[in-house]
Design a protein around this ligand. Structure first.
Ligand code: NAP
Length: 253
């Protein structure tokens, strides 16, 4: 039987993944967006959505074959390193072309007091020397890395409530971006924050905390990104990803 439309799998969970699904809503290829299922009420992309893990690289490879996928765009969060590695392995095993869609990381500007670290554990190690009241914005899954820091007070912001292990002195703020500069300024002042911890997620939605911290002269511990798996091409924007698809004859542009 003749195939009328190519099939694209978008590994999602990000603003860019939703934007890509929207951009392709009315034209080839057919898009299936995949979510891990971590968030209780996720913002769903337009079009077909599947939710839950594939069962490692072999499970993903089997899914790509069964669903006759023509290309994969890994638009997961820059810190979703396991999924990105699995995608690279499954693409290599099946020969399905893979693109990583990664928004650029943030850039330090004059006045920033950034402390770059390689991991959440390294962030926890430097914190006691930087402040006592910590604004933790690394997501609920990372909170355990700070659980042993008894002398510090944490305000953690996450979409869903964190689970143990957690620091003893912890206030949780359930919220999801985009955030505003006015809001971030008020939050840092109201909670008398003296140090901020963030992943280098990049993007506009959560950047205002960096500006607010700069204005208030606060140190920011910035967890650096894991590398994109070797050999996987990277697009830094949705238009660049559309160009990659067009170059493979998968879109009409
Ligand atoms: P991860 O550690 O890289 O992946 C762990 C496992 O979760 C994977 O092996 C895979 O299970 C499953 N998985 C992850 N992303 C998936 C997707 N898009 N579709 C289907 N299964 C997926 O992932 P994570 O850091 O926990 O992130 C989970 C999701 O949250 C991702 O979609 C990511 O884009 C989003 N997110 C993550 C962060 C962050 O800071 N890490 C922030 C915002 C949003 P199987 O091996 O069974 O396939």
């Amino acid at each position: 039987m003749r195939r009328v439309r190519a099939h694209l799998l978008v590994l999602g969970g990000t603003t860019e993944a939703r934007a890509l699904a929207t951009a392709l809503a009315d034209a080839p290829p057919r898009v299936t967006s995949s979510l891990a299922g971590r968030v209780a009420e996720p913002r769903l992309p337009v079009g077909d959505v599947r939710i839950g893990g594939f069962g490692g690289p072999d499970g993903l490879a089997a899914w790509l074959r069964a669903e006759r996928v023509d290309a994969v765009v890994d638009a997961t969060h820059p810190f979703a390193a396991v999924m990105s590695r699995n995608a690279a392995l499954a693409a290599a095993a099946t020969g399905v072309p893979l693109l990583a869609l990664r928004r650029p990381g943030w850039t330090r500007v004059d006045g920033d007091r950034w402390h770059p670290v390689e991991s959440l554990e390294a962030a926890a190690a430097v914190l006691p020397g930087l402040g006592r009241r910590v604004f933790l914005t690394t997501g609920r899954q990372g909170i355990g890395a700070f659980a042993h820091l008894d002398g510090l007070h944490f305000l953690a912001r996450s979409v869903d409530p964190p689970e143990p292990p957690m620091p003893a002195a912890l206030d949780v703020l359930l919220d999801r971006g985009p955030f505003t500069l006015d809001g971030e300024r008020a939050l840092l002042r109201e909670h008398r924050i003296d140090v901020v911890v963030t992943k280098d997620s990049g993007g506009a939605a959560t950047a205002p905390k960096l500006t607010a911290a700069r204005e208030l002269g606060l140190p920011v511990v910035v967890v650096e990104r894991p590398a994109v798996p070797k050999g996987v091409p990277v697009a830094e924007s949705v238009p660049a990803a559309l160009d990659w698809l067009a170059a493979r004859g998968l879109t009409l542009r």
